[in-house]
Design a protein around this ligand. Structure first.
Ligand code: E4P
Ligand code: PEP
Length: 361
């Protein structure tokens, strides 16, 4: 029997024999790519400043709301730049109340199989040209960062992030990888704030354990900037926080965790573990049960909780693109529409953020 795969993400069939034909091919090292597409001192300063602003939100020295907003996945550079231009302009109008960080996600973790993102398959032709994928991801992220935007991504493959880390202000560890020791070691080595999601079953334990682990130094094996396998002593990362994204129970039913009780129980559990009690609410994923418009009511609900005094709510995540909804990646694509999870439109996003900012007055 065939596995049930979402029609939106139906991948091109790859037979095992075709996969076996794939050969190993060396590509450029992180330092080669970083030298070719380097950051000037102004951009480096901007990104350092943005990381510090997020750290200040996490430690309570900045009471703005951190909002990670943007497409579920990047698939089209032009649309990503158009979205980023709108977001960068709009962000100035709400900057006293919120810090907007653009989702520039080039890696997608899949439930079983599907398109794994721009870094893996930039032309969506199934060839898997990761060399072009990381190169074009870096070029795109430089353009987006030059708009003045802080950027975020999900760090999935520990090697991919080594080509992009200097461009990112906030990283996510997703629901499917928060239990992985390799990802915890990677977070311990990242010099930026990291949000760690509760797992797909809705439990926060794996994420809290990931925060504890990442706050420690680790000995691990990785690559150095020149791409050589190296022993690494990670410095430790104290700038992590929990992201509540809902989950599914044993029967596959979505459970939400953006309500006041779930948030206060999560903060209590974080406090008992000696971790930061501030949490971000992911208004999408299982909290929205794949109904993108639900993100709007969830965001309003969560900001109301914060306005009523719950300062443990420190941020929101929204999946948003130029156009509402999502589409199958097979066939001719509608410009500006997600090919992974459904998103709210830019107009809906702009309206929502303006309303939330008013609400926070
Ligand atoms: O954020 C995106 C998706 O929820 C995640 O990549 C899993 O997608 P899938 O269940 O369609 O594979
Ligand atoms: C894959 C994502 O989320 P999650 O890990 O919560 O499924 C995402 O935010 O793109």
């Amino acid at each position: 029997m065939k596995n049930a795969i979402s029609p939106v993400n139906e991948p091109a069939e790859i037979s095992c024999s075709a996969a076996n034909d794939i050969v190993t091919r060396r590509i450029f090292s992180p330092s080669d790519l970083k030298k070719q597409f380097n950051l000037d001192s102004e951009l480096k300063f901007q990104i350092q400043t943005q990381r510090n602003q997020i750290k200040n939100i996490l430690n309570g020295n900045d009471d703005r709301l951190l909002i990670v907003v943007g497409p579920c996945s990047i698939h089209d550079e032009k649309a990503a730049i158009e979205y980023g231009t709108f977001l960068a302009d709009f962000s100035k109008t709400v900057s006293d109340k919120m810090l907007l960080v653009m989702r520039a996600y080039v890696e997608k973790p899949r439930t079983n199989i599907g398109w794994k993102g721009f870094a893996y398959d930039p032309d969506r032709d199934g060839i898997g040209n990761i060399e072009q994928g990381v190169l074009r991801s870096r070029q795109l992220m430089i353009k987006l960062a030059k708009l003045g935007l802080p950027l975020s991504t999900e760090a999935l493959n520990p090697l991919v992030i080594t080509y992009l880390d200097d461009l990112i202000s906030w990283t996510a560890i997703g629901a499917r990888t928060s239990e992985s020791q390799i990802h915890r070691e990677m977070v311990s080595n990242l010099n930026m704030p990291v949000g760690i999601k509760n797992n797909t079953n809705g439990s926060i334990d794996t994420a809290v354990n990931a925060m504890i682990s990442s706050k420690h130094s680790h000995h691990t094996l990785g690559i150095d900037d020149d791409g050589h396998i190296a022993m690494i002593n990670t410095p430790c990362n104290p700038h992590t926080h929990l992201v509540l994204r809902g989950g599914k129970n044993a029967s596959g039913v979505s459970l939400t965790n953006f309500d006041a009780l779930s948030i206060s129980e999560s903060s209590k559990s974080l406090e008992q573990s000696g971790m930061n009690t501030k949490v971000m609410i992911d208004c999408s994923h299982d909290n929205a049960q794949k109904q993108h418009h639900r993100q709007i009511e969830i965001a309003k609900n969560v900001v109301t909780q914060r306005c009523n005094g719950n300062m443990n709510v420190m941020g929101l995540m929204l999946e948003s693109f130029l156009k509402e909804g999502n589409q199958s990646m097979n066939g001719e694509l509608i410009y500006g529409k997600s090919i992974t999870d459904p998103c709210i439109s830019w107009n809906q996003t702009k309206g929502l953020l303006a309303e939330l900012s008013q609400q926070m007055n």
